[in-house]
Write a protein that binds this ligand. Structure first.
Ligand code: SF4
Length: 242
């Protein structure tokens, strides 16, 4: 059945698979989330809450310098010492507490080895992670994807902004709804989700910023927001020329 004119006008101009292929073709394989161990990936996911990766890098370097990048080492480190080591990541008291709670969880449930978590069903593991105080959906999904190789979409602020502008999902779509929508449309492929998240972050930083650079964007002809904004600019410049 043909979509009605109204329904057709609200359809995205590019589908997710195609958008992913376009991003990958433009930026190449991002090979993202550098970390020496799965536990370090988890620590990074907790430390990066509400701060830049630059600040997280200093905290991670401090933990590694003192040989604290394991669940057992973090669990036995005094809270005030841990707070000082990760201070650069901001909200350091909260984050030190979250790191300790996560370390205790890995010790008690998985013998201190994040690798053991990979054998558990994604829904069970997600529930367990969300039950740890201070671990929200975005941090849990980052841990599931990057440390546990689970095919989940991390529906962060970049993806909400980009998909909203492209018309893939309304801009006010909540975290869970966007995650379900994307996972419902793409194949369950962890490396693909890993690359997609990294590519969206890159695209959101370089072009689809808070103030988007639509005139330089390589998908502007397939983006509702981009087409509108470029048409408006064109009309304004034509008016000025008259
Ligand atoms: S055209 Fe503009 S709004 Fe659309 S994706 Fe590109 S930068 Fe973002």
């Amino acid at each position: 059945m043909m979509p009605s004119r109204k329904a057709a006008s609200s359809l995205p101009l590019i589908d997710l698979e195609e958008f992913y292929a376009v991003l990958l073709g433009h930026y190449g394989d991002p090979m993202w989330w550098p970390a020496d161990t799965p536990f370090e990936m988890c620590a990074g996911a907790i430390l990066t809450q509400n701060t830049s990766w630059k600040n997280v890098e200093r905290a991670i370097a401090g933990l590694k310098k003192l040989n604290l990048m394991t669940a057992s080492a973090i669990a036995r480190t005094a809270p005030d010492v841990l707070e000082q080591v990760i201070k650069s990541s901001g909200s350091y008291r909260q984050k030190a507490r979250r790191l300790r709670l996560f370390a205790q969880f890995v010790l008690e449930s998985y013998g201190g080895r994040v690798e053991q978590m990979r054998g558990v069903h994604v829904d069970t593991l997600r529930r367990e992670l969300l039950s740890i105080h201070g671990i929200g959906p975005e941090t849990a999904d980052s841990i599931l994807l990057y440390a546990c190789d689970k095919p989940v979409f991390v529906a962060d602020a970049y993806s909400r902004r980009i998909f909203g502008r492209l018309g893939v999902a309304p801009g006010d779509t909540g975290y869970g709804a966007l995650k379900s929508m994307v996972e419902g449309r793409l194949r369950a492929d962890a490396p693909m989700y890993n690359r997609l998240h990294a590519l969206l972050v890159e695209f959101g930083k370089q072009l689809c910023r808070q103030e988007p650079l639509c005139s330089r964007c390589f998908v502007s002809s397939r983006c509702r927001y981009g087409l509108n904004s470029l048409n408006v600019k064109k009309r304004v410049s034509e008016d000025e020329d008259e």
